[in-house]
Every structure is written in structure tokens, then in C-alpha cells.
Design a protein around this ligand. Structure first.
Ligand SMILES: [Zn+2]
Length: 280
């Protein structure tokens, strides 16, 4: 499943091919994915220019003067930039034609989404899918977020949260983008047991956690950036990247720090991987 780093790498991959381009056509090969495609998208977008790209959490944003196209990759979606005429495969559901190129959305499991938010409906941050999202863990182009500020935010906003810290991170209402992989990894890096009640974690420990979250996400984006060409071309891979994890998906394998077996538990129907010896 694409997490924040994959989505950000996707944005960086498509940006030079779509920004400043004018839409010459919209092809919808089914009525929708997770939600219906807006049926009037061809009329709304044809002849209009993509001014910039953006991202909020795992939502990709293509900004036009009159609104924003919101793209979510769902469980299995990916975007590629292709030449016109590349044969359509089974799971290619949506094309944004851009003259000499097109942006194709492929999604085998069909949990992705393509939505339109018109300028007259207000700020994009007020869209119903975006307004409950927590802070961007790496800040935004408009405002940086230090790990100290992120730690203070986590500490302040978890005072009444008795839920386990892993669950609080996954909820995404304080900080976005810390999905299952990155929650497991950052809790390992900051030596925090994922079962710990969020409100019991001190500011000093949140400072280590916030730094770990920023480090693990930035490293994943950097690593993904080296595979950017995967987004371009007919035979490109999905663009998801495997990393060398400390604990994630390593049940029973030795902890890279102390050698104890990595343990897997279930928290809210998701697997959590951690080291009982290193994480207290
Ligand atoms: Zn260990």
C-alpha cells in the first residue's frame, strides 16, 4: 500500500511532466473507483492548465485556476507518464491527456479515487477528506516543522489519549503519513514500546519519536527519489520501494540492535513489529 513517501515520490515524479501542461482530454474507462469519477471531468478540465502539484497526507493535488483535482492511490494505485498510444491494460482506469504525453492511473484493487474540488467550494484544506488531517510531519513548502515543534504537538495533543501510541500515530489526526511501516520503525528508533499509552509518554521521549518520524520518512522519500524513473514509461514498476527495515515485517528475526527475536502483535487489526528488549 502506498504510504506518504511513495505518494510524495509520485508527486515529484509526475510534477515536471504535468505542471504548466494543458489538459487535452480526459478518459474514464469505468464510472469510478472507490467513489464515482465526477462525470463532468472532461468538460471541467479540457483546455485548462495544471498550475502546480501538491500533496496533503496521501492525497495528491493537481491545482488548476478553477479548482483542484484530488487523486488518492488507494491500496494499489499508481500513476505513470506515458506517450499517447501506449496500449491500455486491464487495470488502467483513468487517463489525463496532456498533448504529447498522458498521465495514466492504474489501480488493480480499485480503492483509489479521483475527485474534483471546485475553487468556489472554498479552500482545499476544507474538503471533507482533508479537513480532519493532522499536521504534515515534514512541514510544507510554506512552513517548516521542526522535530521539537512536532514533539510538543504530540505531547500536548495526547494528554487525554489513553490509546496506545502506535494507534494514535496511525489515526492520522495529530500527524499524517505515519502509516504502519513508519510507525513501527519510528517507535523502534525511539525505543518506545508500541503498547505504551500515548498520554504516559514524556516530552523527552516524544522528542526522540518526532525526530525518528522525520528521519524515517525523509529517508524513504530520498530512497524513492532514486527510483523516480520507474514512474515514467510503459514498463515502469509500480514505484513502491522496499527498504531495509529495523523491525517491520521481520517477525522472529533478530533485532538489528540487540539480537532478540522481533515480535509481532496485533493492534487494531494491523500487525505491529517491535523488540521487547529495546522498546520499553
Ligand atoms: Zn532489540
Amino acid at each position: 500500500m502506498p504510504e506518504l513517501p511513495e505518494v510524495e515520490v509520485t508527486r515529484r515524479g509526475i510534477a515536471p511532466h504535468v505542471e504548466g501542461r494543458t489538459v487535452t482530454g480526459v478518459v474514464m474507462r469505468r464510472s469510478g473507483l472507490r467513489w464515482p469519477f465526477p462525470p463532468d471531468l472532461p468538460a471541467l478540465l479540457t483546455g485548462r492548465t495544471i498550475e502546480s502539484t501538491g500533496r496533503r497526507g496521501k492525497y495528491l493535488l493537481l491545482r488548476f485556476a478553477h479548482g483542484t483535482l484530488i487523486v488518492h492511490l488507494g491500496m494499489s494505485g499508481h500513476l505513470r507518464i506515458l506517450a499517447p498510444g501506449v496500449p491500455v491494460q486491464k487495470h488502467d482506469h483513468f487517463d489525463l491527456e496532456l498533448g504529447s504525453q498522458l498521465m495514466r492511473f492504474t489501480d488493480p484493487r480499485r480503492f483509489g479515487a479521483v475527485l474534483w474540488h471546485a475553487h468556489e467550494d472554498g479552500a482545499i484544506d476544507e474538503h471533507m477528506l482533508l479537513r480532519g488531517l493532522g499536521v504534515e510531519p515534514l512541514g510544507t513548502p510554506a512552513s517548516t516543522l521542526t522535530s521539537a515543534a512536532l514533539a510538543q504537538m504530540l505531547h500536548r495533543q495526547t494528554r487525554s489519549r489513553s490509546a496506545a501510541i502506535k494507534q494514535v500515530l496511525l489515526a492520522g489526526d495529530i500527524v499524517v503519513g505515519v502509516g504502519n511501516i513508519y510507525a513501527c520503525e519510528s517507535l523502534f528508533m525511539s525505543a518506545i514500546n508500541p503498547n505504551t499509552a500515548a498520554r504516559r509518554i514524556s516530552l523527552a521521549r516524544y522528542e526522540r519519536l518526532a525526530a525518528a518520524i522525520q528521519q524515517v520518512l525523509a529517508a524513504a522519500i530520498e530512497q524513492g527519489g532514486s527510483s523516480l524513473r520507474d514512474f515514467i514509461g510503459a514498463d515502469g514498476a509500480s514505484g513502491y520501494f522496499q527498504q531495509n527495515y529495523f523491525v517491520y515485517d521481520r517477525e522472529g528475526e533478530p533485532c538489528r540492535h540487540c539480537g532478540a527475536a522481533v515480535r509481532r502483535i496485533m493492534q487494531g487489526q494491523r500487525s505491529t513489529f517491535y523488540c521487547v528488549r529495546c522498546q520499553k
